[in-house]
Unconditional design. Structure first.
Length: 290
């Protein structure tokens, strides 16, 4: 019991001596200087981030727009540049903060090499996403706003990243596609499209009367639809699987307008043909596009 009391008394004296001999002025100066350093670094990197993004936006808006092609490509490049700049600034800010706090960042980075093999095996997919994403950007396969089909997913490209590409389907579904899964891209926004209007006919239909009726409808509708390029081409009688006869008309049009034009011209053709007293079957496939 006496030993315990003696030990407690000794510890109390040591603690009092430590408190009395502690350099509180130096400690306060250290805390203040570190706090001011952290505050200065935060303000500095925040200012660099704001000014850098402002300069990048001005550069894209003022210099690249007159020289570049589609604005959606400019939007894609601008988005990626902003993200890269932001994460670069964030990395250096964290590095500076840790260094100011006395954390041996260099030693930590060197020590991370011990786990490089395990991380490399687990990051194969991540690296593949990055490489594929860079290839997509360099080869200009996609742009924000393009209508594409990637595998079984069809829709409009809403975002292109170094890891994933986002495609919004017609029903509003947002699809996140890892770049490594993008093998074949069908881009429907780069060239003019062909809208195929298939008018169902029977073997007894007087097909020799159809060209005049179709031509009359074209003369009426074409001035209302400037998205049609050139004159519609009357292909004539075509057999579609399974053994369905159609009278086909091909419209060359701007990308994105083919489906509306198909419905509009087919409706007008059917109405004019019926007004001419010609009976048509109703079970055949009516629309086609490519």
């Amino acid at each position: 019991m006496m030993d315990l009391v003696t030990s407690t008394a000794t510890s109390s004296k040591w603690f009092q001596h430590y408190i009395s001999s502690f350099d509180w002025e130096k400690f306060g100066h250290l805390i203040t200087s570190r706090f001011l350093s952290l505050l200065f670094l935060t303000v500095l990197f925040f200012a660099i981030n704001v000014v850098g993004k402002f300069i990048l936006r001005r550069s894209f808006k003022r210099y690249l727009v007159p020289k570049s092609g589609p604005s959606n490509r400019l939007q894609t490049i601008s988005m990626l540049t902003m993200n890269l700049f932001h994460y670069t600034i964030l990395f250096f800010w964290i590095y500076a903060i840790l260094s100011t706090l006395g954390v041996p960042v260099g030693t930590l980075i060197a020590g991370a090499g011990i786990f490089s093999l395990a991380l490399g095996l687990g990051a194969q997919g991540f690296v593949s996403d990055l490489v594929t994403g860079i290839s997509i950007l360099l080869e200009q396969q996609l742009d924000v706003g393009d209508v594409v089909q990637i595998g079984t997913i069809e829709g409009t490209v809403t975002s292109i990243g170094l890891r994933t590409t986002q495609v919004t389907s017609a029903d509003g579904t947002l699809n996140f596609i890892p770049n490594r899964n993008i093998t074949i891209v069908s881009n429907r926004s780069r060239n003019n499209m062909h809208a195929l209007v298939n008018i169902p006919i029977a073997p007894t239909t007087p097909v020799e009367k159809l060209p005049d009726i179709i031509q009359a409808v074209n003369e009426k509708l074409l001035p209302q639809h400037p998205s049609v390029i050139g004159e519609p081409m009357i292909t004539g009688v075509v057999t579609l699987p399974p053994n369905e006869l159609v009278f086909q008309v091909s419209l060359t049009c701007k990308s994105g307008s083919q489906y509306t034009l198909q419905a509009t011209f087919l409706t007008a053709y059917l109405k004019a043909i019926r007004q001419a007293g010609i009976q048509l079957p109703t079970h055949a496939s009516l629309l086609g596009s490519k």
